[in-house]
Design a protein around this ligand. Structure first.
Ligand SMILES: [Zn+2]
Ligand SMILES: [Zn+2]
Length: 124
């Protein structure tokens, strides 16, 4: 599965690492991702969230352009997790990225929101 790269325009942006997080007050699925384009070297974070509450399903998938240092730092943080697909995992990476506000809403890591965001679109 690869996405359109906003830098070079090719459908080559791949998920390099991911962390499945527990549901919050607004979403049933939350997945934190790190994406990379092997062609041009573009790096990004990604947040996928999906809600199946109420009458209709909805989902969002947003990318956050990132510089090399932040991206590699996060990659190292993700790397300590023994079960990235397990939302109940109790490792330090899961604990560190599973931050909630007073309303039970999941808080995006600060390294994500700092950059330009873009919609993640599946490449053809
Ligand atoms: Zn690219
Ligand atoms: Zn974990």
């Amino acid at each position: 599965m690869a996405f359109e790269c906003p830098e070079c325009g090719e459908p080559t942006l791949e998920i390099a690492a991911k962390l499945e997080l527990p549901p919050d007050s607004g979403a049933d699925e939350i997945q934190l991702q790190l994406l990379e384009c092997p062609d041009c070297g573009f790096k990004a974070g990604g947040v996928y969230s999906e809600s199946r509450r109420g009458a209709r399903e909805s989902w969002t998938h947003i990318g956050y352009e990132m510089d090399e240092d932040d991206w590699h730092g996060l990659r190292t943080d993700f790397g300590v997790c023994p079960g990235p697909g397990d939302k109940r995992c109790s490792c330090s990476a899961h604990a560190g990225f599973n931050v909630r506000n007073a309303h039970g809403h999941w808080m995006m890591p600060p390294g994500f929101g700092r950059y330009r965001s873009f919609p993640l679109r599946l490449g053809s």
